[in-house]
Write a protein that binds this ligand. Structure first.
Ligand code: UDP
Length: 198
């Protein structure tokens, strides 16, 4: 799984199944890690934002959320096996989490949406452990109530955290806290909670 670098952003060459297995292994290891799902907009933003490039360089798994990175890959190195989108991997992770007895938490989106999305997943997978859900008030990253979010996560102790503040805010948020919180896997999923909540 050697990462290859596209416009300064390292990608991992994984299939959906490999990314899901990586997540399960990481949860079992208990060592906090972060997954970033990167699309073309995100690559463009990263060009003008060195902090964002650091966030992506230090992410543990960077996956190609869309066709552009997949189409561009062969010009820079070995082809990618395919795209691994946040919107598709989220329900797949929920399904696998149920089988593995692993808990999930939905964080972000508009008020009530994270809870609704977790409810929908729980209906689909009755034995799924939902550790919690919360949609904090919209605010720029610096003005968010980090202490309150961390307190809730500490109490809920999720295995997989779905962070849905949109890119790049969600990825900067995960990067800020990964070294100090006890969340085994946090993944930025953009608008996926909205899709799931319907
Ligand atoms: N969002 C949020 N806090 C904010 C801004 C956005 O929780 O301060 C949520 C928004 O409700 C939506 C998601 O983040 O659920 C962003 O979705 P979008 O599709 O715009 O993100 P992208 O796919 O571009 O990362």
């Amino acid at each position: 799984k050697t990462p290859f670098v596209l416009f300064g952003v390292p990608f991992h060459n994984v299939t959906f199944e490999e990314a899901i297995q990586w997540t399960i292994d990481r949860v079992r290891s208990g060592r906090p890690g972060v997954i970033a799902t990167v699309n073309l907009d995100f690559l463009v933003l990263a060009q003008a934002d060195p902090e964002l490039r650091t966030v992506l360089r230090e992410a543990d798994l960077v996956i190609a959320d869309g066709f552009p990175p997949v189409k561009l890959a062969p010009f820079f190195g070995p082809p990618l096996k395919g795209r691994v989108t946040g919107s598709d991997i989220t329900p797949m992770l929920a399904e696998r989490a149920e089988k593995e007895g692993i808990s999930i938490y939905g964080l972000g989106a508009a008020e009530g949406v994270a809870a609704k999305a977790m409810e929908v997943l729980k209906k689909r997978h009755p034995n799924l452990k939902v550790a919690g859900a919360w949609s904090p008030p919209y605010a720029p990253l610096e003005q968010m109530e980090h202490a309150e979010i961390l307190r809730r996560l500490d109490e809920a102790k999720p295995d997989i955290l779905f962070t849905a503040f949109g890119a790049p805010k969600q990825d900067k948020f995960n990067h800020m806290h990964v070294k100090t919180w006890n969340v085994p896997v946090a993944i930025g999923i953009g608008g996926t909670l909205d899709f799931i909540a319907g």
